[in-house]
Design a protein around this ligand. Sequence first.
Ligand code: ITT
Length: 187
Amino acid sequence: MIRYVTGNPGKVREVREYLDDPVEQVEYDYAEVQSDSVVEIASRGAREAHEAVGDPVLVDDAGLFVDAFDGFPGPYSSYVEDTVGVEGVWRLNEAETDEDERRASFRIALVYCDAETREEEPDGVRVFEGKVTGRLVAPRGEGGFGYDPIFEYNGRTMAEMDAAEKNAVSHRGRALEKFAEWYAEHR
Ligand code: ITT
């Protein structure tokens, strides 16, 4: 049983859709360090969660990196979603850019920690990264979560895809693919 440490049910849906192993959602509020690296945030969170809830744990830190804003909101995506809002991010981007300048990426660090990684890995964890590049559009679609309605990939927003379709192209799907391959071989 893998413990997925998150308060976000949308993430859990995608992870369960992808992995064959059973996944239990654990809501443990690890300290989110001030850092501009999703890898550092998730790695520290995974070590802390591992100590608190036992192993094995997966922690997922993701963000939306907007080209025209030099990567902002990036690691601050959660705060910006709560304050400016998803539609607000779209409106700011629309006001600041021409149509061909609306590139953005989702990036994720999916970090695994168990007793063995603590012994064997230099940072005590194993990191799986994923990235997808698309463009920002006016909100469309009812699925997904977070910034999905304004993130278009190949003509559809991620909110217009179901979990399996999103996993096939998304940052999280790519990280899960690397994780599943490693997990099958090493655990
Ligand atoms: P946990 O930290 O509890 O896992 P969270 O929603 O705060 O949940 P993140 O810090 O990783 O997770 O997310 C940062 C922001 O990016 C937050 O506003 C999410 O809604 C958004 N986000 C993360 N993954 C996303 C995805 O696949 N599609 C759209 N938005 C996403």
